[in-house]
Design a protein around this ligand. Sequence first.
Ligand SMILES: Cc1cc2nc3c(=O)[nH]c(=O)nc-3n(C[C@H](O)[C@H](O)[C@H](O)COP(=O)(O)OP(=O)(O)OC[C@H]3O[C@@H](n4cnc5c(N)ncnc54)[C@H](O)[C@@H]3O)c2cc1C
Length: 265
Amino acid sequence: MPETPPAVVREPDVYLISHQTVVTPELDRFLANEGFQWDYSDRLPWPAELVVESAGRLCYLSFGTGRSDLTAYVNNILSSRHGSVLEHAVWGFIFTGISRSLTHELVRHRAGMAYSQLSQRYVDESRARFVMPPAIQGHPDEEAIWFKEVAEDLANYMARVERMMAWPEFQAIPSRTERRKMVREAARSNLPNATETMIFATGNARAWRNIIELRVSGHAEAEIRRLQYKVAQALLGEAPHIFGDYEFVALADGTFEAHTENVKV
Ligand SMILES: Cc1cc2nc3c(=O)[nH]c(=O)nc-3n(C[C@H](O)[C@H](O)[C@H](O)COP(=O)(O)OP(=O)(O)OC[C@H]3O[C@@H](n4cnc5c(N)ncnc54)[C@H](O)[C@@H]3O)c2cc1C
C-alpha cells in the first residue's frame, strides 16, 4: 500500500482559461471602408456575441439594418438553425477533479473541439487522486470499500513501476525519461477509470451547445452531467444570449438537465 493514502476528489473544478475578444479598431475599419454605420456599443460586454453577430450580419450585409436588438438577433440564429455562425466564438477550459472515464466520454465530441490531456506515460501517477463516482458518495460503507479498492490499484501501479524499472532491458535505456515512459505506460494498466486526470478543452459555441444538450441530460452519466452543468453556467455568464435559451430542470440526484426548443442548432 502507498505510504500515504490516496486523495479522493468529490467535485470537479472548472477553470475558464480563454475567451473571445473582438479587435474593435479592425471592425470599425471594415465598417468604415465598406460604408456601413452600425452602433454595436451595447454589445461590447459580450464580445463572443459581437463576433457571432458580425459573422451573421456579413452574410446579408445587414450591419446597421434589420433586427437591431441582440436578443432578437441571436434568437433568430438559434431558431432558424443558422448554427455555423456560432462556430466563430470560442472558449477554452481546464477541467480538474475529473476521472479518466469522464474524459473518455468528453473526447467523443469531435466537431469544433480541441483537447490536450495529461499524459499518463510522462507523468508519475504515484500521487494520483481518485474521483469518487457521485452515486457512491454519501454511502459510507460503499465509500470505504471503494477507497480500499483504489488504494490497492495505486499500490499495484507503484509496485509494478518499481519492479520494471529494475529490469535489465529498461536499465539499458540511456534516457531516464524514455525508461520511465516505457515503464509507466505498462504500469498505468493497473489504474482504474476513477483515476483523476486534467484536460484542456477548447470549443466553439456550436460545439459547446451540442455537449450541453447531450451531457446535461438525465440520459448522461452523472459525473459528466455535473461537469457540463458547470460549463453551461460559465458560458451563460459569457454569452447570455447564445446560451440563454436553456432551461435547467433539477433531477432527483441534485444535478440538472438542460431543456431547449433549439436542439442541435
Ligand atoms: C447518453 C449517452 C450515451 C452514450 N453511449 C454510448 C455508447 O454506449 N457507446 C458509444 O460508442 N458511444 C456512446 N455515446 C457517445 C455518442 O455516440 C457520441 O459519440 C457522443 O455523444 C458525441 O456526440 P456527437 O457525435 O454528436 O459529437 P461530435 O463528434 O462533436 O459531432 C457533432 C455533430 O457533428 C456531426 N458529425 C460529426 N462527425 C460526423 C461524421 N463523421 N459524419 C457525419 N456527421 C458528423 C453530427 O451531426 C454530430 O452530432 C453516448 C453518448 C451519450 C450522450
